[in-house]
Ligand binder design. Structure first.
Ligand SMILES: NC(=O)c1ccc[n+]([C@@H]2O[C@H](COP(=O)([O-])OP(=O)(O)OC[C@H]3O[C@@H](n4cnc5c(N)ncnc54)[C@H](O)[C@@H]3O)[C@@H](O)[C@H]2O)c1
Length: 256
């Protein structure tokens, strides 16, 4: 277990399902208090109950739309009201598996879908980070971890809006790192490889995930648990002199 997270307060957006849920449980096991924020409110509450039951951590589930600034302000206010501070924000919510996106070529993407995807995957980081920064700046301490994707390094045909949004996450991370550094706030990103995050994967999905193994140095399917160590590291004091960086956690698919 990574030490130094005991009694820290962590918000995980998109924590109601998939990889975000695994981050919530990881923070709980590390002794942090966990806020699970998700547009799927019942799922957020279910994960919060699971975190409390399985790890004994203090937890809170919130219904939050990261693309709505008022909703993200309410998320920060509810966290401070319940726990008194915000130490860590994991910007994980995205249109990915739970909210289906068009996986066709550029000609088939509806501009409205492009806009909604950018609103969640990019503007969501902007709103959530702005919502928590005042509390972090006041304490001269904080960790913001943004979830990008390894698709940024290789391209991934059939979801140009998604990959473009995840490339934006890296520029956002570098710039916010420069802006927030003066208040001792570290901002880093993680680029996960193709991860079996689906709760009820179909045969097609399983086949797709297995296919990704071929391009990796480590020859197995990536699971949500494979990402938890990197998130806890970037949330902990072990990474206090690291900021503006993107860690690839993909079994050695992209080597940069
Ligand atoms: N699974 C992969 O292969 C993979 C690879 C690289 C990066 N990622 C990234 O990792 C993160 C998690 O991926 P996942 O596979 O667990 O996806 P997922 O679709 O299972 O989970 C995304 C979560 O975000 C929530 N969400 C969606 N829109 C929201 C909104 N407007 N406000 C609040 N919550 C919202 C969903 O309800 C869901 O709980 C995403 O940022 C994704 O882009 C995933």
């Amino acid at each position: 277990m990574i030490e130094g997270l005991k009694d820290k307060v962590a918000i995980v957006t998109g924590g109601g399902h998939g990889i975000g849920k695994t981050y919530c449980l990881g923070f709980g096991r590390a002794g942090a208090s966990v806020v699970t924020a998700d547009i799927d409110g019942p799922a957020a509450e279910a994960v919060a109950s699971q975190v409390a039951k399985e790890t004994g951590a203090k937890s809170l589930g919130l219904s939050v739309d990261v693309a709505d600034e008022e909703s993200t302000k309410a998320m920060a206010a509810a966290t401070i009201e319940r726990f008194g501070r915000i130490d860590i924000l994991v910007n994980n919510a995205a249109i990915f598996a739970t909210i289906p996106m068009n996986r066709g070529g550029i000609e088939t993407i509806d501009p409205k879908e492009w806009d909604r995807l950018m609103a969640v995957n990019l503007k969501g980081l902007f709103f959530c980070s702005r919502a928590v920064l005042p509390a972090m700046r006041a304490r001269k301490s904080g960790k913001i971890i943004n979830i990008s994707s390894s698709t940024v390094f290789s391209g991934s045909a059939g979801r140009i809006h998604y990959v473009t949004s995840k490339a934006g996450v890296i520029g956002f991370t570098r710039t916010l790192a420069r802006e927030a550094g003066e208040d001792n706030i570290q901002v880093n990103a993680i680029a996960p490889g193709s991860t079996l995050s689906e709760e009820n994967p179909t045969e097609d999905i399983l086949r797709f995930r297995r296919l990704q193994v071929q391009g990796r140095a480590l020859r197995r399917v990536q699971m949500p648990q494979d990402l938890v160590g990197a998130v806890l590291f970037l949330a902990s004091g072990l990474s206090d002199f690291m900021t503006g960086q993107t860690l690839s956690v993909d079994g050695g698919a992209a080597m940069r």
